[in-house]
Design a protein around this ligand. Sequence first.
Ligand code: HSE
Length: 324
Amino acid sequence: MDNKSDKKISPPLGGRGLKVFAPATVANVVCGFDVLGFAVNEPGDEVIMRLTNKPGIVISKITGDNGRLPLDPKKNTVSVSVEHYLKSNGRADIGLDIELHKKMPIGSGLGSSSASTVAGLYAAKTLLGDDTDAVKLLPFARKGEEMACGHGHADNVAPALLGGFVLIRSYEPLDVIKLPHPKGLFCAIVFPDVDVPTREARQIIRNKIQMKDAVTQWGNIAGLVSGLFMNDIDLIGRSMQDVLVEPVRSMLIPGFYQMREIAMEMGAVSFGISGSGPSVFAFTKDEQTAMQITQKLKQHLAKLNIGANTYVSSINDEGPKVLG
Ligand code: HSE
């Protein structure tokens, strides 16, 4: 993919500030470690961006982060990825003021840094009147992931940017494919209040795998993708099994296997870890079942003295959007 543009993009005359929302994402989708992800309607993050007269990027405000994120534009994933984008388009001369409003938990396994980064990049693209395809922003968004957790995986940033269900067919070169999905699929998300940093959750994964496990895994990935194309929710459900990563990472999530049992008994199509955790998610065939599952899992975690945030959403096909 070519990031460079011959056309020098220019902000529209009288360019004003704008507010952009970008959605949370569920990466891996259980069997597709680093290659599958989808976007949800909520939660998500908001960025307000304004053009200024002084070249360079300033982060003037961050809310909703409990002071955890840096205001230093050299250390914040939003400003760093936007800076790469401006430089690549020959517009390092532009001045930008960024406000980041975190509307979702950090370190949740729901693509928190991706939502912020994508909101920032989409705001910059819109503000500058750049009408190239949003997919061209992916390499810059990956810079943000690299900074956030030491690895530039795209299974959060790609669905946050493009919306819907996304396959990363290849990283070198980057080849990203949007997949169809059944319309009636709902997602129940539970974020237990425990800390699982992505960087560390990546370090505990085995580097070498058995051929028999690889065979199981690629059968499941192919089954899931087939189910998405065939609108076959049962095939999607039985394909969402992970013999490579989940057996290791589930140890970081208290009550993981009991939560799976509860969700499946209540009618979930599938259940697994969202991204690197600690959030877990279940697919369901209707919204009501998704709501009931989130409530039941929240009660279960409360018995273990663990608080939880819950979300219920259909799959978000829109990706980032300008709010005003
Ligand atoms: N694919 C990444 C991982 C997603 O599982 O580490 C991080 O949210």
